[in-house]
Design a protein. Structure first.
Length: 216
């Protein structure tokens, strides 16, 4: 029953491998025009020559990777509903899905549905249902054994929603400003004012906006 879930994970790994291959061959460096030099204290400064959009095929690979991982969880949920009901398809086949909620009230409302046929995990075996609850994104930050996994599942759910319903999950690459020992500075490089010390930034999936500059 889990063969399709593992196949989905294999598809995600394949897409991730393509992206890693591009990164390893220096594609990110080529896109950003990244260079380095040492400051008077001997530290290596990373200089970014330009802001650029991520190639379209990268967006496709990232979206397919996210989709396959999310689908693998749903295939797992279907298998658990089959195992718990001993029916294939299970009585809740149309509702079957692996739940991912950021609010505990949402999860509780889903689980407390009177009709198990309308509940996405209505026929999960008891142990699987308990584990699914511990892995909900609202447990991120609980400092439990499962909190880190819960956090990443929250990121997965948000990226999946962005990719399915809004736009590509990543929109660009930009430098974060980082505090220089002599204060926040900028250096003109390739026609742009850039931070003396920079690192590759990223988008916060929870807000769909870039994270604020890091303080060092």
């Amino acid at each position: 029953m889990l063969g399709s879930a593992f196949a989905k994970l294999g598809g995600a790994k394949e897409r991730l491998g393509k992206l890693e291959g591009e990164i390893q061959r220096g594609a990110v460096t080529d896109l950003l025009g990244i260079g380095t030099q040492r400051d008077p204290q001997g530290r290596v400064l990373i200089l970014v020559d330009r802001h650029t959009s991520i190639p379209a095929e990268w967006h496709i690979w990232i979206g397919e990777c996210v989709h396959n991982i999310r689908s693998a969880l749903d295939h797992l949920a279907y298998a658990l509903n089959v195992a718990g009901s001993r029916l294939d398809p299970p009585p809740n086949a149309r509702r079957s899905q692996f739940p991912l909620y950021v609010e505990p009230d949402q999860f509780a409302a889903m689980k407390s549905m009177g009709d198990r046929k309308r509940c996405m995990m209505g026929f999960f075996p008891e142990g699987a249902a308990a584990l699914a609850e511990r892995l909900q994104p609202y447990h991120a930050g609980d400092h439990s054994d499962d909190s880190e996994t819960a956090q990443w599942l929250g990121v997965l759910a948000e990226l999946s929603n962005i990719d399915k319903h809004r736009r590509f999950p990543l929109t660009g690459v930009y430098p974060d400003l980082v505090t220089h020992p002599r204060g926040r500075r900028a250096r003109r490089h390739g026609g742009r004012e850039l931070p003396c010390v920079a690192e590759s930034g990223h988008t916060n999936p929870a807000t769909d906006r870039p994270d604020p500059p890091a303080e060092r």
